[in-house]
Design a protein around this ligand. Structure first.
Ligand SMILES: [Zn+2]
Length: 187
């Protein structure tokens, strides 16, 4: 059971803005270290930024405060907007960086290295764009006041889970189930 939960957390951590102490299992750390090239670690900063870094403290609901009150919705809107702004800046920076560096490189080895670097940056940018799209869907859900509920079973996703993963659209049980199904389908 404990192992099960850890794996769950490690998978979640991949596209979570907040890597908390529970999230940084050995598996996650290893994967991150392996991929850490200078160009990528810089870009990954935005992909893995903790909400706390935006100076937004976790929401403290008042006693008897209803779930997804106006205050809570405003809180998650703030986190999502700060996160999106940072990712958009990162995308711009990547584009500018690639334009600056695509000046003629006479050495064929330099060019090969550069092409590899660009391929990594393009993949990172693709991840950032997907994440921006997810963030925008969450913002849309806040506008429609159906943010914070599992799209599969309808229960409350929960403040704690949303703080760690503000773009979550499923409760942890449904999410785990769909990940298992996905794995089975992919062989
Ligand atoms: Zn659910």
């Amino acid at each position: 059971m404990a192992v099960d939960k850890q794996q769950k957390t490690a998978q979640e951590a991949k596209d979570s803005p907040m890597i908390d102490s529970i999230g940084s299992t050995e598996k996650t750390t290893k994967a991150r270290t392996k991929r850490a090239t200078p160009a990528k670690s810089r870009a990954n900063a935005a992909l893995g930024t903790a909400a706390g870094l935006y100076g937004i403290e976790p929401y403290q609901p008042a006693k008897n405060e209803e779930y997804m009150s106006d205050g809570q919705l405003a809180h998650f809107r703030k986190i999502l907007e700060a996160w999106r702004a940072e990712l958009m800046e990162e995308v711009d920076r990547t584009v500018n960086h690639m334009q600056d560096e695509s000046a003629a490189l006479p050495d064929i080895n330099d060019r090969a290295t550069q092409e590899e670097e660009f391929a990594i940056e393009l993949r990172t940018r693709d991840r950032e764009r997907k994440l921006i799209r997810k963030i925008e869907q969450s913002l849309q859900a806040i506008d429609n006041v159906d943010y914070g509920y599992c799209e599969t079973c309808g229960i409350e996703i929960g403040l704690r889970r949303l703080e760690a993963r503000p773009t979550a659209t499923q409760c942890i049980d449904c999410k785990t189930l769909s990940e298992i199904k996905e794995k089975q389908n992919n062989g």
